[in-house]
Design a protein around this ligand. Structure first.
Ligand SMILES: [Fe+2]
Length: 233
């Protein structure tokens, strides 16, 4: 499986604190059948320039890659880019895509979205310059009218949900329904550590299999592989 959303790089954001923790997370991921993981450290334009972010990410990667066990999942460097008004004009945006691709993992603000935000995201999708994956949609899905999601889906924006969305009784049904309706396309652990926010992909996979059978998982795998290794959609 591909984990499209994680905070495994050490010491760069609120995720893994050090190399040792990163390795524990990667080992747990490997046990959960994750063979590829996108390291999507937070990028906040208000806190750091893209250049500074990329420099720090490179340093974190060097520290981690020196200690990686042989059987660690493959790691793809990326970023979880928080939307800000004007993002489409940021010259360095392509450099924040998953390495070797035009895939942008876009996090939206948790509060209400202005018309401008929605329009800018749609323009970004329409430009054809990016494949947009919207990060952990469960955080905002129910705060927006369905029409917004319909428009995003029509423009080919892909939706990622966290594995954790499928676990608690209160959200499980919603998660399964969105997956069944084709409104969730990709999964991520959004793992930050091994205590409060560990990788829980195996539990989500078991839940999906139990309720919907293996086919949705096959589709998720197929799409992920197409995106990362077959040149995109
Ligand atoms: Fe995240």
């Amino acid at each position: 499986m591909i984990d499209f959303h994680s905070h495994i790089l050490p010491g760069i954001d609120d995720g893994s604190k050090n190399v040792e923790m990163s390795i524990q997370m990667l080992k747990a991921m490997r046990k959960q059948n994750i063979n590829t993981v996108v390291a999507s450290s937070h990028f906040y334009a208000t806190q750091r320039s893209p250049q500074r972010f990329l420099y720090r990410r490179e340093q974190a990667w060097e520290r981690l890659s020196a200690e990686l066990p042989d059987d660690a999942p493959e790691i793809i460097l990326g970023a979880e880019v928080l939307y800000f008004p004007g993002i489409s004009h940021m010259e360095e945006l392509p450099q924040l895509c998953m390495e070797g691709t035009n895939i942008l993992l876009l996090e939206m603000p948790f509060d209400s979205w202005s018309e401008y935000y929605i329009r800018e995201v749609k323009e970004l999708a329409r430009s054809g310059d990016y494949t947009i994956i919207m990060a952990h949609i469960e955080r905002y899905y129910f705060k927006q009218p369905v029409s917004v999601w319909d428009e995003f889906l029509d423009l080919g924006i892909l939706m990622q949900s966290n594995a954790d969305f499928f676990l608690p009784f209160r959200s499980r049904r919603k998660a399964l329904k969105l997956l069944e309706e084709g409104r969730i396309h990709l999964l991520g652990t959004d793992a930050h550590n091994m205590s409060s926010r560990p990788p829980r992909m195996n539990e989500a996979v078991a839940m999906i299999k139990k309720h919907l059978g293996p086919e949705p998982l096959r589709e998720i795998d197929r799409l992920g592989e197409t995106l990362l290794w077959e040149g995109g959609l």
